[in-house]
Design a protein around this ligand. Structure first.
Ligand code: ZN
Length: 332
């Protein structure tokens, strides 16, 4: 048993309390490799933002859970080396699929876990989430639960249709489970293809697809039921069209990739939404930079020469999100 506290990590409790009161949201960035982690740490130190490092099942399969845990420990030391005296870094399990997975992460030093029972019948979701909370709280690890189903594909989490969270269930769920934050479904979606062209309208000026708006009425109803309780949005990448264009102009083929407009996420950040998950945008920024570099310099074969620009591009993206979308800058 390794406590996250000895690694210099923090849980989400105080961070979320401040974010809800302050009307901003904490960035939750997924990471799978060193360049991505470096970019996240550099961006959060430069902007003085707390940050949540997320590890998905796909990341655990790809990079190994133990290695990722040590990388997060390294991230704390790296942030200090970059001049941040008291970094606030959470190591969070994204979409934990069983009690055993959550327990294994808690035992090896994660400071926060998500147990995703949203696909289960309601009472089973309650029972599973409660079991994880009871274990996690013994070690002061915070737990995110989920109610409602998001559409889209994220690593191994996928659903064809979304089901909005039912506001009439949230008080019962939070009370019975004791979870520390709640992921809800109000129209965000996993992946870079969040909506089909049929669900979108076309912007007459640019010809781009405009997605349907988020269900802010459902969010308001949830906030009314649970005043001040930390709410989480998954699937909140914006899929910047410049990156999609760069990818397509340099040999890629992303057709009709659509995300959540940033002004809607800005609006959500000012509410009880205090954690916003962003993964696809970083994948797009990285891919765009790698494709562009390799297209411009076809003789290049040193990975540092194309992963370096990719890291720079992700760092810019993270800083932009922190400052212009989430508002979590200057909070350390
Ligand atoms: Zn998710």
């Amino acid at each position: 048993m390794i406590s996250y506290k000895t690694l210099g990590l923090v849980n989400t409790r105080e961070m979320f309390e401040k974010a809800v009161k302050g009307g901003y949201a904490i960035p939750a960035f997924n990471f799978n490799n060193m360049e991505q982690l470096q970019a996240i740490v550099m961006a959060s130190v430069e902007t003085k933002s707390p940050v949540i490092l997320q590890v998905s099942k796909g990341a655990r399969d790809y990079a190994n859970q133990t290695l990722l845990r040590y990388m997060a420990e390294g991230a704390v030391e790296y942030a200090k080396e970059l001049g941040c005296e008291k970094p606030e870094i959470v190591l969070h399990l994204d979409h934990g699929d069983s009690f055993e997975t959550c327990k294994s992460c808690i035992d090896m030093g994660f400071s926060s876990v998500m147990i995703d029972g949203s696909h289960l019948p309601y009472e089973e979701n309650v029972a599973l989430t409660k079991k994880v909370v009871e274990y996690a709280h013994q070690f002061d690890v915070t737990v995110e639960g989920e109610l409602g189903v998001l559409a889209g594909v994220e690593d191994e989490v996928s659903a064809a249709e979304s089901h909005y969270t039912k506001p009439e269930e949230v008080v019962d769920f939070v009370t019975k489970t004791g979870c520390d934050s709640l992921a809800i479904s109000i129209g965000t979606s996993h992946g870079a293809y969040k909506f089909t062209p049929e669900q979108c309208t076309v912007d007459p000026e640019t010809g781009r697809l405009l997605p349907p708006p988020l269900a802010f009425d459902v969010l308001a109803a949830i906030e009314e039921q649970l005043p001040g309780f930390p709410i989480v949005l998954h699937g909140s990448s914006s899929v910047p069209q410049e990156d999609v264009d760069t990818i397509n102009q340099n040999g890629g083929k992303l057709v009709a990739a659509v995300g959540i407009p940033e002004e809607q996420l800005r609006k959500a950040s000012k509410s009880a939404v205090c954690k916003i998950n962003i993964d696809s945008d970083s994948r797009l920024a990285m891919t765009a930079a790698v494709r562009k570099t390799l297209a411009e310099k076809p003789g290049e074969f040193d990975p540092r020469k194309y992963l370096g620009p990719a890291r720079e591009s992700m760092k810019k993206l993270y800083m932009h999100k922190i400052i212009n979308v989430l508002g979590s800058n200057d909070k350390l």
